[in-house]
Design a protein around this ligand. Sequence first.
Ligand SMILES: Cc1cc2nc3c(=O)[nH]c(=O)nc-3n(C[C@H](O)[C@H](O)[C@H](O)COP(=O)(O)OP(=O)(O)OC[C@H]3O[C@@H](n4cnc5c(N)ncnc54)[C@H](O)[C@@H]3O)c2cc1C
Length: 478
Amino acid sequence: MYDVIIIGGGVSGAASARELSRYKIKACVLEKEEDVCCGTSKANSAIVHAGYDAVPGSLMAKLNVKGNEMMEQLSKDLDFPFRRIGSLVICLNETDMPKLQELYEKGLKNGVRDLKIISGEEAKAMEPNLDDQVCAALYAPTAGIVCPFELNIALAENACENGVEFRLGTEVENIVKIDGGYELHTNQGNFQTRYVVNAAGVYADRFHNMVSRKKIHITPRKGEYCLLDKTAGQHVSRTIFSLPTKYGKGVLVTPTVHGNLLLGPTANDIENKEGTNTTREGLDEVITKAGQSVKDLPMRQVITSFAGLRAHEDGSEFIIGEVEDAKGFIDCAGIESPGLTSCPAIGEMVADILKEKMRLEKKEHFIETRQGILDPNTLSTEEHAELIRKEPAYGNVICRCEMITEGEILDAIHRPLGAKSLDGVKRRTRAGMGRCQSGFCSPRTMEILARELGKDMSEITKTGGESRLVVGTNKDRL
Ligand SMILES: Cc1cc2nc3c(=O)[nH]c(=O)nc-3n(C[C@H](O)[C@H](O)[C@H](O)COP(=O)(O)OP(=O)(O)OC[C@H]3O[C@@H](n4cnc5c(N)ncnc54)[C@H](O)[C@@H]3O)c2cc1C
């Protein structure tokens, strides 16, 4: 019997697991995919929002501002990329000034520091590529950008090092109340636990509704993006938002922590909880709307497009807490934007709830820090040469676009919760994320995965399940 089972290995589940691993506890994360960071946490804008957008007094507002404050120290402790670059919400029309003022006031109420409204000239001096119509902007210096994959993986790795079990490829199918807890039925057998944390993203309503009479409803709200090559990464140096609409924060233009330029997202409610395909109309909308805030966008530099699904609950609020009519069942549902920003605070809140209920005791030897995968480009020439002398795999470049070596890929495969698929390697090292989008390196990465995992090339998948890349040999056809 576990003390706690967490359903879902996205940022909410992983942050909760890490915070719980500070205590003497038998905890486990059940994740249906072959890796952590396979849901919404892998496909979003990666902005650490300042916190002026959420309704004052809401849990979203509180956890956004707190998560933003916590992110910097967390990025140091767990060694993932985070940059506090600031953001501008731009106003293109004098008649929209009241909306900008309203955002500013919400920000003040939410406790966002150093927020100010600046003139169009000031904004253009900061960002010369802003549209000429810009008449004012809300400047939030505390906003930042993060690598969502590394944030999610770092939290999970650290939780794992601190004793949390991760059962990947384990899909929860049903939840049954038993004496003193719950039994979770999965495709890998049954698991009993005293407490459940429901951090299943767009599926969290399904699990909540299995145990409670008071139903909740989550709509997948799709957001589509275009990602541009690093040659376009300097086009703006801060995150540029348009004014928010009732569906969200609008289309943004932002540099990423790795130096690309990201445009998007759209916001369309859909039925399909797996509907992460991009559409012609969605991408056209991204291009048009991004072009209204920032001029001369080099659209020939688009290297890929993708989409993510916001877990939009009907009440437009995070639902975190014990379900009233299901004791021991803790919801972490409706975690749409700013969920990424808030995740350090979400993890803390979930752990605080359980600490109180279970009277948890702190562990003596919690491992607070974690070392990310070594990036040889951060070394001096001498150090780099020494590394290659000691470990020649760091001299073998596998991904030529991102300059990722075999040494980094080996590290990604062999560390706790290591990569098992091409996408697992990609999210941990960036091999395949560059201009050629893995056209060159995928067979080479597959060879390394096959060799290190003791598998045949034909068993290596893009992202687990049936996503095999090798379907036969040329000779089969003769
Ligand atoms: C378009 C878009 C833009 C966004 N931009 C931002 C932003 O810039 N800043 C920000 O702060 N937030 C942003 N967000 C929100 C943020 O990405 C989410 O709030 C956050 O990633 C949610 O994390 P999660 O762990 O709750 O959910 P997920 O990451 O979806 O994790 C849920 C996990 O549960 C697993 N699961 C589901 N069902 C089962 C089952 N039956 N059994 C086992 N496992 C299961 C899934 O596989 C998944 O891994 C954005 C979201 C979108 C879609």
